[in-house]
Design a protein around this ligand. Sequence first.
Ligand SMILES: [Zn+2]
Ligand SMILES: [Zn+2]
Ligand SMILES: [Zn+2]
Ligand SMILES: [Zn+2]
Length: 577
Amino acid sequence: MGDDIQDCCVLPEAIEARTLEIDSDRRAYSRRFIHSGEVIIRNLPTAHALLDEHQRERCSRCLSTTRRQSNSNDKNSLLRCGGCKQAWYCSRECQRLDFSLHKVECKEAPILLSLNDGHGSSNSKLLVRNFLALRLKNGKVNNNNCCQYCYGNDLRPRDVTIQCGKNHFEKLIQYGNGPLEDQETIDIRRAAQALWNQRKVLNKILMPEIDNYDDDADTETVVINDRSELEDQLERDMRRFRVNNFGVTDSLVRVIGGAVYPLGALLNHSCSPNCLVRYDLSSESSSQCHEPPVMELIAAQDIPIGEELTHSYIELVSSKKSRISNLKQMYGFDCFCPRCCRKKKANSDRTSLKDIGSNHKNDDFKIRLPNNYGSLSPTKLTRWILHNYNPAISNATMTNSTKGTSYLTSFDQDIIFKSLNENDPAIIEAIKVKQQQAKFFMMNGDLEDELSSLKEVVQILKQLTSASGEDQLPLSLELYQARCDRLGSLIVAGGQDNTKEALIECEHIVSFLCLALKHFPNHSLLGLQLFTLGDLYDSNRKSDEAQKTYVWARKNLQISQGRESEMVMLLNEKIVG
Ligand SMILES: [Zn+2]
Ligand SMILES: [Zn+2]
Ligand SMILES: [Zn+2]
Ligand SMILES: [Zn+2]
């Protein structure tokens, strides 16, 4: 085991970084007991950029959706940059603060901002912004070790936000092997072209005044004078982006932009993580004002001292097979997390090292069900799961809601992610056709036919799932996804009958998520679906169930989105007493 290394960051007090000799990989460990819901890290990005499709909806600097301190009547519309007419701001202050990074975009809008190529790529913008952000401090390379910004008088962890400099960025690992994707190569060329076109202006800013130049060995002057050197630099940056970047998400967990958080990149991936990441976007309730989006690392559960801190780089509601292939494709590594290799023996140094600090028992990945689950209808099983997994029902026991059940069956969690009858391509094809039809009907505004197509998809998958053998739960990932599609359309359609159907689908969806996320119950996906379920109980006049479900949703969202988040505020209003 390596030493504490704090050469580049003022680390928050709750964590320490260690370098393991085996792969010279830096990792984060808990320095003390950390309570579930605690904010462990707050990190400002070195640079961030909105995805093209969200450019019009949000302030380019703080990502606020609403105008701030506006005296005009048009309170809701953001200010538009008069130069390029393709960047929006919540206030003059944000526009002023963003200009040092926006000016290249603004002049080179045809290259960087007018990208209607359908990729929604923000990487060329991000490359330019990151390049400038790390070099524009007083005309020298910004080699700052991390600075601390504090909000308020006392330094509680929540109030300490850390900003990293170029030294830290350049210590991030690169995606080393293999060629980049075509789009990434295009993005590098675009960024290089834009910076090259603006080099005269930039060199004036980047070249320090002779008077101000101090001979600090740590500073280097930068001048853009070699096109291919510039492209090489940007390619190295892109290879760091590839494996370290974060997708900034909004309150509905939709990705709205990309950002570089060097301190956040310290954490390893696990499919059974003990931390989660959320973003403090500028809003009226937020502590951020005119600041870029802060990444917050949150303890998703109680964490004992000395345990490795991990979060998930990928979607957790997916099969082991797709988790492993996604990680390989996007990040270039094999997952050795406890959930992925629990059945294998620790037969290599690497595997056993990865297991250090994880005290997961195999049981964490088992689901407990009544032993007569095989004879329960999907609806009965769903009710059982909802009752027994709801922490808002304090006297819930694992047996009291199913008559004649006194034993529990343990079930391998990955069973419900196993793909359905892949041997019957005709049925799979029929499902795909129905799904395409539904999409077509939706685009034509034909709600009735859309609903009947989506219903058929659910029916076919339901039959497939229950016919797929005794060991199979009447649940599957495909069925869950089909139910999500149908739920969305039923809610849009409205009306008494549709709302009733929507409630049934939502119950199935939530019970699936309870099982799929049993090892990670504070995932915001579950919290958001519980919120919807509460609303549907409410509109079906089941206010008792609605209240219990809202309490459960709030318990989750207080951790996954924060006590002051928009969603929790809404729930506080809905919960009586
Ligand atoms: Zn703003
Ligand atoms: Zn502009
Ligand atoms: Zn740093
Ligand atoms: Zn894994």
